[in-house]
Design a protein around this ligand. Structure first.
Ligand code: ZN
Length: 421
């Protein structure tokens, strides 16, 4: 394919549960661009989130278009049908130009022995000592290992192919950006596994521009990375080397890059990521979503009065439904229930106390990651408030927008591309 819609080198996934922060989010990209850090904005919303909030994918396109028009954004921008599958993709086809194909459910379902054997025979280069530029030790991959990985992932790759072709038939190949996500699984993919998966995706003729592996460590929602930072850095470097190698070796698009899901708030690994990206002259896609909803709450709390009252009301409801709200997110949150203040205690808080507990400022002694994570998964409470919540967003737009922009620009974009101040 000569002509295809190409994703810029650095791109930033913007999630906006309630659809009111498009301009404030884009403003962060504007400010980053002024400093020479060009992030292409990609508004993403998953089928799951649309269902929880009761919105249609077209609303995200409308929000993106409106923000771009309002701010006079001259670069490209995209609308991502996030974590879609064959049975959920159709209503995303018209408004989206970026598709995150989620095949996690098919991972681990064994492929047929014939398909596994054919794959291993098609790819003798994957077995043995596999030297990858910029990786010190060549991978030692046995033929049995190639077959084990193929058996685990081939069905998922074939499913990705089916979904890709379904989208291409509707939109025309080359008119959209394709990402494949494997992050919502139990075990991380190692760099040698990533290499084998990329070879298989190329076989399936998917013009993959981003791939979201599951990295080592915990990428909890809305809080910092938990795990061995040195191990992450090593793996991230190796994944970058593998992606560059695979894109050349297997004819995947040269713009192929890693996508980091739950990428918000992982402050402790932004510096190793920045250094690795620089070393490889590589791009990256950082996908965020819920961090902006938390900034809405912070803005409401900071506004005081009825804004603070709504923030407290949401927390009071959430603390009464901890198990129910946390259950669907068990693998991506770590809440210490003993650290959760009671509703009565929070009711007595000032704006400053609420904001200190919620804002992701590791230097603030009042910061409470358990409080933050519980509110992260409690956006359904705000959805239930309906117009009361949306009207509050409008009333306190200025203070909320300031928080949304600052969070993305200061705490995310700057450290990722420019380094900590
Ligand atoms: Zn994901």
């Amino acid at each position: 394919m000569n002509q295809y819609l190409r994703l810029g080198k650095f791109s930033f996934g913007l999630g906006d549960r309630f659809g009111h922060q498009g301009r404030a989010q884009l403003q962060a990209c504007v400010q980053a661009a002024e400093l020479g850090a060009d992030f292409i904005p990609v508004w993403n919303k998953s089928n799951r989130e649309h269902t929880f909030i009761g919105t249609e994918p077209a609303s995200l396109r409308a929000e993106a278009d409106a923000a771009v028009a309002a701010l006079g954004w001259k670069h490209s921008y995209h609308v991502d049908a996030d974590h879609i599958r064959l049975e959920t993709v159709d209503r995303f086809l018209a408004p989206s130009d970026f598709f995150t194909i989620d095949v996690a459910d098919s991972i681990g379902q064994p492929a047929s022995a014939a398909a596994v054997k054919a794959f291993a025979e098609r790819h003798p280069e994957l077995a043995g000592s596999v030297a990858i530029p910029h990786i010190d030790q060549p991978f030692a991959i046995s033929r049995a290992e190639v077959e084990r990985v193929a058996s685990k992932f081939l069905l998922a790759v074939q499913e990705a192919g089916r979904i890709y072709r379904h989208i291409a038939k509707a939109k025309g190949a080359g008119n959209f950006i394709t990402e494949v996500s494997m992050d919502e699984t139990d075990t991380p993919q190692t760099p040698p596994e990533l290499l084998i998966i990329l070879a298989a995706l190329a076989d399936e003729q998917i013009p993959l521009q981003t791939i979201a592996p599951k990295f080592t460590g915990r990428f909890n929602k809305g809080v910092d990375y938990v795990g061995d930072g040195r191990q992450f850095a090593k793996e991230f470097n190796e994944d970058l080397a593998v992606a560059a190698f695979a894109s050349a070796r297997y004819g995947l698009p040269p713009s192929l890059k890693l996508s980091v899901h739950s990428g918000s708030d992982k402050f402790s690994i932004y510096e190793p990521m920045r250094l690795a990206l620089k070393k490889f002259n590589a791009g990256v896609h950082i996908k965020t979503a819920g961090t902006t909803w938390l900034e809405e709450l912070i803005g409401l709390a900071e506004a005081g009065g009825d804004g603070l009252a709504i923030a407290k009301e949401i927390y009071a409801y959430a603390i009464g439904h901890v198990d129910e709200f946390c259950a669907p997110y068990a693998s991506v949150i770590d809440i210490d229930k003993t650290k959760l203040p009671s509703a009565a205690e929070v009711n007595g808080w000032t704006s400053e106390q609420f904001v200190s507990a919620l804002r992701h400022d590791r230097k603030n002694p009042g910061y409470n990651p358990s409080f933050r994570q519980l509110l992260h998964v409690s956006f359904k409470v705000a959805a239930k408030l309906g117009d009361r919540y949306l009207d509050a967003l409008k009333r306190h737009e200025a203070v909320i927008a300031k928080n949304v922009t600052e969070n993305l620009f200061e705490r995310h974009m700057k450290p990722l591309l420019l380094g900590a101040a």
